[in-house]
Design a binder for this molecule. Structure first.
Ligand code: UTP
Length: 483
């Protein structure tokens, strides 16, 4: 269909929905600009925007999250926290079996904007290891390869990008030859976008020919896995279990047999890894039970006084179980959740959240507006909102030091420095538990840089096995690289 033929009904629909301003500068656009604007406009579900405007922005809208009957969620405790060691061994064996059978795929959500880090480029290309300065994507690629070799079955790896970083991400992998992975097993797809609106629900233009659109949140990954055909590919490849992690966490065990095993043995449709919060104000979500359902309550939604409550029985934080955005999901559960919120749709869907932001836009005359205060809202879905819909939703404890040190901010907490130090501490722990003495300060940080490649060891056990084979063992000193 020609642009003209396509544009008329589309413009009509926008204007009937009270969104005619999107095409206000149509007559001043050239052919290419018109095509780009139409492409964006076709992506927009006007009914969804209208629904969100009335539910999240309208007079009736309330931002307050329902906190009634909230309790901390129960979880599977690690053996050192009193959990059943034999059950953990059974879980490990079940996870290993699933990996040997090729049932598991790795999945990274990498469509975020990374504004806090302020790095120019896809976050996965950010250099993060202490010695070799390997980028995040390489760290995951090497871990996924190591796990595949260990269990004798290479894994598929799905990577969700955004419109903004898709091409750069693919080019990065191509330039690095997929870091040694079989390119036929590395799959990229783009997540959906949502238009930003002003506080009256009017879709904002970024420029005369561009709608202000942004990624629809990590929760958009469920829809995007479906839409992109990734779920079909998984099915044809015999993959029924998806190991989900974020692009910003170099410590994550991308594919963890124990976690997978717990998920499978408990018949869960979605599982979540948890750590106990280090301090009440730590900015992670809280695993809670509410009206018989497993939910995550964000740190910003739980009053500080509640976050500070102490459980008298244990002397620890009552709302201690914290979410670190690592999940196992059943493929069929993703398909069920991916049902879009069409008219008449009856299936469960993720809700959108509203985030008020300063959105660069233009005024009625087309002049740029750079607001100093939030002038509108973006809509995002969160993946953990799928938990209440999951049969047997499960929370499994992990050790922070084995799984979580995200790079969120340029400096301070959760920054490149803290992630680098946590990787170094992990190498020290692995060396020490393999019997090698390493000088380190009281926090476990060595005085020099070293690095362990995932193919040498991606956890304590695989590290110890490789270390034992080194005769004589190398000197532990500045610049040691074990590969
Ligand atoms: P964050 O919540 O840290 O957001 O994402 P962000 O956009 O990366 O960073 P800021 O807030 O702008 O600084 C957590 C994870 O979810 C992914 C991110 O790529 C990261 O892996 N994500 C987030 C998406 O894939 N899509 C989104 O729309 C949002």
């Amino acid at each position: 269909m020609s642009d003209a033929a396509l544009s008329y009904p589309l413009m009509e629909r926008f204007s009937r929905a009270g969104q005619g301003q999107v095409f206000a500068f149509w007559d001043r656009l050239n052919e290419e600009e018109r095509r780009a604007l139409l492409e964006q406009a076709t992506e927009i579900n006007l009914k969804e925007v209208a629904r969100l405007t009335s539910t999240l922005l309208g007079h009736e809208a309330t931002s307050a999250v329902n906190l009634t009957d909230l309790e901390p969620a129960p979880y599977v405790a690690r053996p050192e926290s009193g959990g059943d060691a034999a059950a953990w061994a059974r879980a490990r064996a079940a996870g290993a079996e699933a990996l040997q059978a090729g049932r598991v795929a790795a999945f990274t959500v990498a469509g975020g904007q990374g504004t806090r880090l302020g790095y120019d480029g896809p976050k996965g290309t950010f250099p993060v290891t202490p010695l070799k300065r390997k980028p995040l994507f390489q760290v995951f690629a090497e871990k996924i390869m190591a796990v595949g070799l260990h269990y004798g079955r290479p894994l598929h790896w799905f990577i969700m990008t955004s419109h903004a970083n898709h091409a750069a991400t693919e080019a990065f992998f191509a330039a690095h030859r997929c870091f040694g992975l079989d390119p036929a097993r590395v799959h990229f797809f783009r997540q959906g976008r949502m238009p930003a609106v002003d506080f009256d629900g009017k879709i904002l233009l970024e420029s005369k020919g561009l709608i202000a659109m942004s990624p629809d949140g990590h929760g958009g990954s469920l829809r995007a896995l479906h839409r992109s055909g990734a779920l079909d590919l998984m099915k044809s490849e015999g993959v029924d279990t998806v190991s989900y992690f974020q692009v910003d966490n170099p410590l994550v065990r991308c594919v963890d047999p124990e976690f997978i095993g717990w998920h499978l043995l408990k018949g869960a449709e979605m599982s979540a890894k948890m750590i106990l919060k280090a301090y009440p104000e730590e900015k992670i979500g809280h695993f809670c039970h509410q009206h018989g359902q497993l939910v995550v309550i964000e740190y910003s939604d739980l009053p500080l006084a509640v976050q500070r409550e102490i459980d008298p029985a244990t002397g620890r934080l009552r709302y201690g179980p914290g979410s670190i955005a690592i999940h196992i999901l059943d493929r069929d559960f993703i398909a069920r959740m991916a049902a879009e919120s069409r008219d008449g749709a009856t299936g469960p869907t993720l809700s959108f959240h509203r985030a008020d932001k300063k959105i660069a836009t233009i005024d009625a005359a087309g002049n740029p507006v750079r607001p100093s205060r939030p002038n509108g809202a973006k809509f995002e879905m969160f993946v953990f909102d799928a938990l209440p819909f999951a049969r047997n939703g499960l929370v499994v404890e992990t050790r922070r030091a084995d799984d979580f040190s995200p790079v969120k901010n340029a400096e301070g907490v959760d920054s490149p420095r803290t992630a680098r130090e946590d990787q170094l501490r992990q190498y020290v722990r692995w060396l020490r538990s393999a019997g090698a003495p390493v000088p380190a300060d009281a926090s476990g940080l060595p005085a020099f840089d070293l690095e362990v490649a995932p193919r040498f060891g991606y956890d304590e056990a695989t590290f110890a096995a490789s270390w034992k084979k080194l005769t004589p063992p190398p000197a532990i000193a500045e610049g040691l690289y074990l590969e």
